[in-house]
Design a protein around this ligand. Sequence first.
Ligand code: ACO
Length: 330
Amino acid sequence: MVTQSTVILGTGSYTPERILTNEELSKMVETSDEWIRTRSGIKERRIAAPGESTSDMAVHAARAALTDAGLLASDIDLLVVATITPDLPLPAAACIIQHKLGMRTNAACFDINAACSGFIYGIDTACAMLTSGRYHKALVIGAEKLSAIVDWKERTTCVLFGDGAGAVVIGCSDQPNIGLIGSRLGAYGESVDLLCIPKGGSDSPATPESIAAGDHFMRMKGKEVFKLAVRAMDEAARDILEQYSLHADQISLVIPHQANLRIIEAISKYLELPMDRFFVNVDRYGNTSAASVPIALDEARKSGRIKPGDITLLVAFGAGLTYGSALIRW
Ligand code: ACO
């Protein structure tokens, strides 16, 4: 079979049961429901249960996507996991997830660290590998346990993030003009320090002092990230539309990274597309990094917001600062 295109065969998502509300957070740090809602649009987020790992959440999302696609874990020969919170620094979360899913051992399994853009990097990579003809069915997962790397004493970050996982199964089709139309990836590497975990890597391994200072938690310059995020998402969206000669009005639904409602509203304004063309669930989950776009995609599909023939635009930015956009025709 000549592979003309790569198509999404199924989607799935999982979020932990535990809901952490803004009211509860206001008892933990000096903040308020009003501040969090007006600055970010977030009302609540999900937090993994004690002992529940990134790989556990990924497995739930993956099983849902496989069921949706009518496939078994043994049908998958390529597993790509986008995460900044793997269960262990070594090895890849993908290997742990492969084993938990009972996948075959001759499947390629690896992680991608592109933070909140990771899922778009993941589908771009998987689609390129599928169109090479050397792989046939890919599982791409975005999964995060951000509650483990958030400093719960730091109000400027802890109110923004949550845990969860989303997954898609991608296969090949000989039908032209459907599936992944194309994608656009990039990064502003000069802005690494705007959002990072300063210590604990090979350049500065953890010490008692660095741990006491909380330098193994996520640190962010929120205002600067906000500005660059709007610029990066706007450019990523515009570039891909131009590349494929599409007008924003031809996009039925935009699935943006869910970091902040104000960022999504700014993109809506710049693209001159009304907010009802944007899928929003940041109010319920906060920012789940690499899991954000696939959770939103799954919820959009299953709530009937995506119909055959529709063109969906995925767009995200994340630590790095990375950015990415992708167009999918259903
Ligand atoms: N509760 C109450 N007050 C707070 C809180 C809080 N949780 N956090 C900060 N403040 C205070 C600040 O100290 C500041 O007080 P000051 O004026 O006395 O100095 C005031 O509120 C305003 O703070 P700003 O940072 O200017 O608020 P801003 O309107 O920029 O909103 C926010 C902050 C929500 C962080 C915003 O900048 C943002 O969303 N940035 C982007 C963050 C983001 O998307 N990060 C994810 C990247 S993706 C990834 O890869 C993980």
